[in-house]
Design a protein around this ligand. Structure first.
Ligand SMILES: [Zn+2]
Length: 115
């Protein structure tokens, strides 16, 4: 099954083209991982019921690398570091990202978001 990015407003899918662009996919932490709620809060999706945060039942929820700052990645380039949280969205403008670092208010892309 092709992997799809689940961030709200993002429809990146895993394909040869996205790989060529250096986009990687990262799986949502499992339910017992405290980072999961940060990922879900930042993904800008509401629960289908319209109440509260999205809490997908599927274990196969992915975010593409466009939502992570460059410093979230280790030297290998495609592996997220421990504690990485998606903080970048192309599609939303008024957000209060939940993250321990405070960057410039709204980045236009990962490149501009380095501190
Ligand atoms: Zn994405």
């Amino acid at each position: 099954m092709p992997r799809l990015c689940s961030a709200g407003g993002c429809c990146t899918r895993d394909s040869r083209e996205t790989r060529n662009r250096g986009i990687s996919f990262h799986r949502l932490p499992k339910k017992d991982n405290p980072r999961r709620s940060l990922w879900l809060a930042n993904c800008q999706r509401l629960d289908p019921s319209g109440q509260g945060l999205w809490d997908p039942a599927s274990e196969y929820i992915y975010f593409c690398s466009k939502h992570f700052e460059e410093n979230c990645f280790g030297l290998v380039g495609i592996r997220l570091k421990e504690g990485a949280v998606p903080t970048i969205s192309e599609s939303f403008s008024k957000l209060h990202w939940i993250t321990k670092t405070k960057g410039p208010s709204f980045p236009s892309g990962p490149q501009s978001y380095l501190i």
